[in-house]
Design a protein around this ligand. Sequence first.
Ligand SMILES: [Zn+2]
Length: 247
Amino acid sequence: MSRDIKTKGIIIKKINFRETSIILDVLTPQYGVISIMAKGIRKQKSKNTGLLEILNELELDLYKNPSSEWYIYKSSQIINAHLFNIDLSTSILMQAAVEVIRQIIISIDDSQAIYKLLETYLQFIRTVNKNGIAIFWRFLLKLYKVMGIEFNISNCIECSQRKQFFAYFPQKHGFICEDCYHPVNNDQVFKINENAADLISKLKNIGNYIEEITISKPTVKQLNRIFITHLSEHFNKKIHLKSIELL
Ligand SMILES: [Zn+2]
């Protein structure tokens, strides 16, 4: 017995399948990431085909046979076309978030919170005129918190004091201050510049500073590397973000 399912969802991956079908990976609030088969959709000259684009948020009508992992597409209505009418860098920052979501494992317990987080991020990032990359980092910070892999951006992980950070220590999942930096552990840590350290200290409330901060190119590189390394360490696999290399 198959059953009908109605759910909201954000398309995070789309591939053409055979001559006429489409396979979608969709993040949903209740079911985590699901795979949807839209059979024969590309031969229909219906308006439905245009709805099935990456990053579209839809109200979906599906059905599912309990013995199968697949959800079968029936119809949908658009809630939000996030990629519509935005500039290239905003589009890249949206795709970067989706690229992360695609590479992590989302438990059903976390899916509601992660859905809300992504939805809020996609809506907010289009309103940001500059320094959008910092909003992306804050998104990652919040994502890591939901997933239980938050890193400490308040205190030095060695002396626990609230000091300016000097380096990132991947094995210890945090940052150290200059006093705790020794040439001995030199090869295990990577130094960050002052601009990056300043940004990290502001990251939780970055919305308040977004118009006034300046983010240097090396800082972008350093912080991207730190955030991705943290994720790679946790999942024990190399995680790549192709999209942000385009920024
Ligand atoms: Zn310290």
